[in-house]
Every structure is written in C-alpha cells, then in structure tokens.
Design a protein around this ligand. Structure first.
Ligand SMILES: *Cc1c(COP(=O)(O)O)cnc(C)c1O
Length: 213
C-alpha cells in the first residue's frame, strides 16, 4: 500500500471506530518545507487538499497548479500578508486576533473573494503559541461574525508533550457552543486521537512526505 493509501485507510478506520461515517474526515496534506519530488507522487495519487504554513512559500510552490487543489493556510498570518492570503487560499485556519479579523474583513470586501475561516485556539495557553485562549474564544468568534467573516470552524495545536485528547475535546466543546461544526485538529502523531475526539480535518505532514528538510 502507498503511504497515502495507508494514511487514508487509518483515517477511515479511526472514523468508523468513533461511530462516524468513513468519509467524515478530510486529509490536509501539509507540504510545507517539502521538496517537490516528495509532493508530486502524493498529488499524482489524487490528494487534492494541501496545507502550507507561509504565504510566500505556498505561492512559490502552488501558483502554477493552484486550480488543481484546495489550499489551506495553517501557519501564523501577519496582517501585511492578508491581501495575498485572501487572494490565494481557500481556507485560512490561523485567525487569532482582532487586528487580523479587521484586515481580513477589509480585504474580503475589496477582493470580493472570501476564504473560509477557522479560529486558532491556544488550548494549552502556551505563551509562545498563536491562538486565542479558550476563555476569550466565544467573544472573539462573536466579533468575527459581527465583521461578517465566513466562520467555518476551529483549529488547535496541543502542547507538544501533553496528552492531546483533553485539548481536542476542549476545542470540540468551544465549537459546539458557538455553532461551528468544523474541527481542524490532529497531526502525524495524533490524528487518530483527534478523529476519536471529533476532528473533521487532520493536518498530516511528516507521516505522508517524510521528515522536513
Ligand atoms: C507542520 C504542521 C503540521 C504537520 O505536522 P506533522 O507532525 O509533520 O504532521 C500540522 N499543523 C500545523 C499547524 C503545522 O505547522
């Protein structure tokens, strides 16, 4: 079995084990920092949803193939890159502050094009990590809606050394009480746990493409 097929089958098995439909979870292939010869076979095998951390890197890698794929920004977004991000990505998963919400709202107006948006929640309240803290998530989501932003779901990156399950469950609770049904959570080492906790998309990089260079 190819690496892609084996990840897909683990995703389907985890969904079924959780009592969910086999196709309930979208695989986001995280191609950041990967050489093209690692990405090409995955694209050729039919993978169509890719995640990138940086706007410029993503544009360099995907500009000529942009129409073939769905592209998601999963890394921190600076306000001064918002214009390019709105024009280039289908989904932005790293909305995490008022200033960025305002700038995105303005760009969406100007461009007449709107990526679907996820709020990143810093479930572990780690100072070095992006994301709104859980206690401020409800107010921030309401603020994004007041700006007419197309809110789709929530994203988190649990602390590296912790059991991720409580973080995934917390993200699910915040989403449920705010009427958001998409949960971007789970990476190479913990995507099956995330699916058990309700992930609707998982972001898998190294398990698909190999270690990043
Ligand atoms: C790099 C990255 C991933 C993929 O991590 P792997 O452990 O290689 O699967 C997922 N999500 C985010 C936000 C990332 O930056």
């Amino acid at each position: 079995m190819s690496v892609l097929a084996s990840i897909q089958s683990r995703i389907r098995a985890a969904a079924i084990a959780a009592g969910r439909p086999a196709d309930a979870v979208t695989l986001v292939a995280v191609s950041k920092l990967q050489p093209w010869d690692h990405i090409a076979p995955i694209l050729a095998a039919g993978q169509r949803v890719f995640g990138e951390n940086r706007v410029q890197e993503a544009m360099g890698r995907w500009r000529d193939r942009r129409d073939e794929i769905e592209l998601r920004l999963i890394g921190p977004l600076q306000s001064n890159k918002a214009r390019e991000a709105v024009s280039f990505f289908d989904v932005i998963e790293s909305l995490d502050r008022e200033k960025l919400a305002q700038v995105l709202a303005g760009e969406i107006q100007v461009q007449g094009r709107a990526p679907r948006l996820f709020v990143q929640v810093n479930t572990g309240e780690e100072p070095q990590k992006a994301g709104v803290i859980p206690g401020q998530a409800d107010a921030f989501i309401a603020r994004c809606r007041a700006l007419d932003l197309p809110m789709e779901g929530l994203m988190c990156i649990p602390p590296a050394e912790a059991d991720p399950a409580p973080h995934f469950r917390l993200l699910g609770q915040i989403a449920a009480r705010n009427g958001l049904d998409k949960l971007s959570m789970g990476m190479s080492d913990d995507f099956e746990t995330a699916i058990a906790c309700g992930a609707t998309s998982v972001r898998v990089g190294s398990a698909l493409f190999g270690a990043r260079t």
